[in-house]
Design a protein around this ligand. Structure first.
Ligand code: HEC
Ligand code: HEC
Length: 398
């Protein structure tokens, strides 16, 4: 009880009744149905409240934490470009939370984890993992994998379960099928209480050259270490059916959901009744392809203020060299046809609150977004970038 009370955060009071209800529920002693579900392959620990799943992932990581921090921490803690080890000194963010939230690290088939494959590939700028440490990391990832549901057995297209970060998240849909490469659903998550998760700004990002049709997205929850699926009890998006044309991001339904079946440390997945690509309209036919919403509004301000800083900081990856980056946000036309890139980047801007634009949240050296570039940890360079692009954003949204 006291542990529960201590962990409770009184946030998000603006959501009114829902928050009050979830706060009242937050500390009841709970025997959760998902903990005793006979389908569970991880077993039920019982007795310890909602978190008692018999998976030793966290203990195993804690046992190797110092070793991985001393081998890799100089380039992978908070303040570096790829801070998947969080902040081991003050646990803010906690290394276990950071490493298990990092995309493509905790996966069903542990040997394919990017944490194992990347350091020993020619592409890695840092050191290789030495064999004894690698064996420990692999054993730990295999334990974590027991708590990753095998969504390939689902009848509906379902994303690989992911652990959301409290903040900005980008969930790439290529875990469902390679044809969705570069398409993502982005959102901001915030734990209202240890038992309710608010998800806002839900946005669907198709690609420049390919749209996306979806029907009835359903969020599901998995307790920490468990592979037992627990769907959103309210089925919040049951009526959603939408088409997102190539190059046009848009809100997923109302863009907001509060998951009342959430428990701290858990994972989520998103399943769909229908998920399909849509071929773009033929831009040659009748009047060009820049319909309202997709075109650049302030090309001159974009060229004067944004092109230089983007070339200095972003096109090294988003300009074509790094396919994963370019698939996600395509800046390859920046030099020849800045207007097209401007039209693309509009989709990553928050006109109501420019500082909250995805272009900035993902790259903020002090933020916890799982993005591989953060201005080498330099807050001054980041601020210059924000100021320069904001001059364009203010005209673009005017
Ligand atoms: C000298 C600095 C340095 C050290 C030490 C280092 N790395 Fe890296 N690592 C980088 C840089 C820079 C990147 C981003 C560019 C790249 O992929 O090479 C990176 C990228 C990665 C990635 C890919 C992350 C992603 O999502 O793209 C993984 C995984 C990784 N490192 C693991 C490790 C492990 C494990 C260790 C310790 C055994 C380690 N690194 C030590 C510099 C380092
Ligand atoms: C070291 C390579 C690299 C650099 C430099 C880089 N990015 Fe990225 N970026 C990526 C990758 C890779 C992804 C796709 C992430 C994924 O698939 O998980 C990405 C994705 C994104 C996204 C989509 C949201 C997300 O988090 O996935 C945004 C927005 C973004 N980058 C903005 C920027 C901006 C702005 C800059 C320049 C200030 C920049 N990036 C520089 C590699 C890079």
């Amino acid at each position: 009880m006291s542990r529960c009370a201590a962990r409770m955060k009184l946030k998000g009071l603006t959501v009114g009744m829902l928050t009050i209800m979830s706060l009242q529920n937050a500390c009841e002693d709970d025997a959760q149905p998902w903990n005793t579900d006979p389908k569970s392959t991880t077993g039920s620990g019982g007795g310890g409240g909602g978190e008692a799943v018999n998976n030793h992932g966290e203990q195993m990581f804690r046992a190797l934490q110092n070793e991985i921090v001393s081998a890799c921490g100089s380039c992978h803690t908070t303040g570096t470009d790829t801070p998947f080890l969080g902040s081991p000194e003050d646990d803010n963010p906690d290394p276990y939370v950071s490493i298990t939230s990092w995309p493509r690290f905790v996966v069903k088939d542990a040997v394919t984890s990017k944490l194992l494959t990347w350091p020993n590939s020619a592409e890695h700028a840092g050191s290789k993992t030495d064999a004894p440490l690698e064996a420990k990391i692999q054993a730990w990832l295999e334990e974590e994998a027991k708590g990753v549901a095998d969504v390939s057995k689902e009848t509906k297209p379902t994303t690989t379960p992911f652990k959301p970060v409290m903040g900005f998240n980008a969930i790439y849909l290529d875990s469902i099928d390679a044809k969705f490469k570069g398409m993502a659903i982005t959102f901001t998550a915030d734990e209202l209480t240890p038992k309710s998760l608010s998800i806002v700004d839900l946005t669907v990002h198709p690609k420049n050259d390919l749209g996306l049709a979806l029907k009835h997205p359903l969020f599901s929850f998995y307790a920490q270490g468990s592979d037992v699926v627990d769907p959103d009890p309210i089925d919040s998006f049951s009526n959603v059916e939408e088409n997102y044309e190539a190059g046009e991001s848009g809100s997923l339904g109302p863009g907001t959901v509060i998951l009342t079946n959430w428990r701290s440390g858990g994972k989520l997945s998103i399943a769909f009744d229908v998920l399909e690509t849509i071929e773009p309209f033929d831009p040659g036919a009748g009047g060009g392809g820049t319909g309202p919403g997709s075109g650049c509004v302030a090309p001159q301000e974009f060229m004067d203020n944004a092109v230089g800083p983007l070339q200095a900081n972003c096109t090294g990856c988003h300009g074509g060299n790094n396919t994963t980056a370019t698939n996600a946000v395509d800046m390859s036309a920046l030099g020849d046809d800045p207007e097209t890139t401007c039209g693309q980047l509009r989709n990553r801007v928050n006109f109501g609150n420019p500082a909250q634009s995805q272009l900035f949240i993902t790259t903020n050296p002090n933020g916890n977004a799982t993005h591989p570039y953060k201005f080498n940890g330099n807050g001054g360079t980041f601020n210059n970038f924000v100021n320069a692009l904001t001059a364009w954003i203010e005209q673009e949204g005017a």
